[in-house]
Each structure stands twice: as C-alpha cells, then as structure tokens.
Design a protein around this ligand. Structure first.
Ligand SMILES: [Zn+2]
Length: 412
C-alpha cells in the first residue's frame, strides 16, 4: 500500500481530502504528513453550511497525531477558506481535529484515555505533551461533557463537602446517589453554594427529588428548605456524620480525663486515642486484651465510649417508631452522663432528630453510592498540589461526572 493511502486511512480522511506527501525521518524518529484538498473541491461555509468555492488558503497549521510505531507523527495542512456571499471569508474545518486544537481528534482521545489512568504529570511524561497542553485537553473534555449533559434532577442526591488543599477552603459536591456521579461542584459550603445548584431547575423539576443526604450543616439545610418542595421529609442527615459528633465527644472526654489522671501519675489512657475512636470490632487483635481491660475500668472515657457504641444500634432498626423510642432512651442516658461533651453531642442529635429518623424511610447516606467516595479521594490525592480550584473542579468532573468526554466529528 502506498504511504499516502495508508495515512489517509489512519487519519480517517476521505474525498475531497487527500495526503499529498509523507516524509519519514528515521534519525529523529519523526513522520510528517501533508494533507490538502483535491483540485476543484467545494466546501460548505462554516457558518451557514451553504456550498461555496475555495477562495484561498490559511497559512499552514500542524497537528500532533498518534505516533506511528516509535515515530512522533504530525499532520500539516493549510486549510482552505471559502468566500460565502452572506458570511464572507471563512476557514473550512479540518475533519481530523477539533477547531483551534493542536492535536488530531484521535490524539486527543488518547490523551483523555491516559488522563483517566494517571495524573497530569504522568500524562505529560508518557505523551510528551506540556503541562498546559494536557490541562487544556482535560478542561476542554470536561466543558464538552458538561455541555452534552442531559438536564435532569436525580431522585436521590447526596451533598458533601470536601476540603481543598491544606487550608480551610471547601468545595460542595452534589452527587447522584443512584448513578454514583458527581453532578455539581461549587466553591464554599454556604447556603448560596448549594442554592446555585438548585436554581438551575424549576420548582416542578425539584419536586422530583425524593431524598437528600447531607451533614447536619445549617447552610445546606437552609438551601434545601428554601428550594426543594417538602424538603423536611426528604432531608436525611448522614449517619456517619451524626456518629462522628459523638465520637469526637468521646475524644474530648478522653483528653480531659487523661490530663487529670497524668497529674496523679496514672498513665492508663496514654496512647489509647485511636482505640476509642474505632468501632469495637476494629480494635486490632494485639491490643484487644489491653482494650477490654481499660473499657471495663471505672473511667469516664469508658462510659463515654459505651454511650457512643450504644448509638450504633439506633441505625439497625427497621421502623421509625422503634428507632425513635430507642433514641429517646439513649438520649436520657447520654444527657445524664455528667460529661458535658457527650451532653452537647446528644443535644445536637436531638435537635436534628426529625431528619435523622428520615433515614428509616429513605435508607441513604453520603456513602450510599459505593465507589464515588474512593474516586473523590483519589482525585484529592491527585489534586493535592493544586492551587487552582478550576483544575480541582475539572478533575472531579472528569473522573466522577459520568460525562461523555470524547471529541466527536460534527454530524451534518
Ligand atoms: Zn455562509
């Protein structure tokens, strides 16, 4: 097969386009391919699609294409320009590339596939593209995916906050719990952050939301109540977040008691922090004996821990009524414990009880869609060096958005 025909096939071009020249330079492992249009070819105006004759040619452009074996491969063309009676002189679109791209479509698709497997730095090393070029491809892929995204309100959503970098900067994420996708990412965790998601939809569309998992975070609650019809029955506070309130209360009790004991020369609580934070069955085998002894000792920390462990049973109820009854007796115990961190945590839960009980109807948590959290964790690791929020957001959409990212030739 002639090399010009071979490259026409590899590039996927057809009449009126043809390969005019192929130049192989084995010393620098590089192949250059020139494309031109056949004599007398007519194109349609890029604006109105009316057929128009070739008027002149733009200056030569170069696109990087997929490598040919070990050779970097580049496509060259001076694209024809049409002169349309209505729209004037317009450049014809190259069928092998997206407008304004320096890569062929097939090369861009390869970059997208590689970006799915490793971070931007890894991609630059594998493909020899620059940092800016690689980010450019990712950002464009995300923009493309978002513009193609079907307008749709998920039935069950989860609202999650993620810290960015080391500071106290946050992003709010809206997830579709059924599809396991991130639907929306926005700066901050304020009421207006979340409202900006809801405001994309009409009240009628929003009424299709059946349940919303979220932390007991006032701005999110306010946003949902302001925008989602019958939010009060739909909000479900995340059970893991609720449990964490009590777990950190246990830790506060431990810190206070440890200090007091140390003063008396009693070191029993030393090095036990993580034993109390774990669920009992997750205490490592080699510390089991030590833990059994200490949890049975007459310590405030062990009492606080027992209260925390008892709360876990709350979530195992099948019926709202029974769960509520159990909660009330737990609450009585916790508030009579004479340990103020525990009392404060119990009161927080009581204040939010109505939407802790909705769990028994909707059975959702922010961890409901398996996999999405681990994916976001991975993105966070990849993004740990990002100072750029736009990059962070794009990375989340890229990996977790369930978007259609590939460039496609326009269908006439
Ligand atoms: Zn035109």
């Amino acid at each position: 097969m002639e090399d010009t025909r071979l490259y026409a096939m590899l590039l996927g071009i057809d009449f009126p386009w043809r390969i005019s020249k192929v130049q192989v330079d084995m010393a620098s492992e590089r192949i250059d391919v020139w494309v031109e249009e056949a004599a007398g070819a007519r194109f349609s105006c890029a604006v109105c699609q009316q057929a128009a004759p070739v008027y002149d040619h733009a200056s030569e452009q170069v696109w990087r294409h997929l490598d040919t074996c070990q050779c970097r491969t580049y496509v060259h063309a001076g694209l024809p320009r049409t002169n349309c009676p209505t729209d004037g002189v317009k450049q014809v679109r190259a069928p092998w590339a997206e407008p304004r791209s320096q890569f062929t479509r097939k090369f861009e698709m390869r970059l997208i596939d590689t970006l799915k497997e490793c971070d931007v730095t890894g991609v630059t090393r594998l493909s020899g593209t620059s940092w800016d070029e690689t980010w450019g491809v990712m950002m464009k892929a995300v923009a493309r995916g978002l513009s193609r995204k079907e307008r749709r309100v998920p039935e069950r959503i989860g609202i999650d906050e993620k810290s960015v970098g080391k500071g106290h900067d946050y992003e709010s994420l809206v997830c579709d719990l059924d599809r396991g996708t991130v639907e929306y990412v926005v700066d901050d965790r304020k009421q207006e952050s979340l409202e900006s998601y809801f405001r994309q939809f009409t009240a009628e569309e929003l009424s299709q939301i059946k349940a919303i998992a979220m932390d007991m975070w006032e701005p999110y609650i306010q946003a949902a109540q302001a925008c989602v019809p019958e939010a009060a029955e739909k909000i479900v506070f995340d059970r893991f977040h609720a449990t964490r309130q009590v777990t950190s209360a246990v830790d506060k009790v431990r810190r206070g008691e440890h200090k007091a004991l140390e003063k008396r020369g009693d070191h029993r609580l030393k090095g036990t922090k993580y034993l109390w934070l774990r669920n009992e069955e997750n205490v490592p085998e080699w510390r089991r004996e030590e833990f059994v002894a200490i949890k049975n000792a007459n310590l405030k920390t062990s009492r606080a821990w027992a209260i925390k462990e008892a709360l876990r049973d709350f979530w195992s109820y099948s019926y709202t009524r029974c769960a509520e009854k159990y909660f009330n007796s737990w609450y009585f115990w916790a508030t009579h414990s004479r340990m103020s961190p525990i009392i404060v945590a119990a009161k927080t839960l009581k204040r939010h009880l109505a939407n802790l009980l909705t769990y028994f109807k909707h059975r959702i948590t922010n961890a409901t869609s398996e996999g999405i959290n681990s994916k976001i964790q991975m993105v966070k690791l990849m993004a740990c060096g990002y100072r750029n929020r736009e990059h962070y957001r794009a990375t989340i959409y890229f990996h977790c958005g369930g978007l259609d990212l590939y460039p496609r030739p326009e269908t006439p």
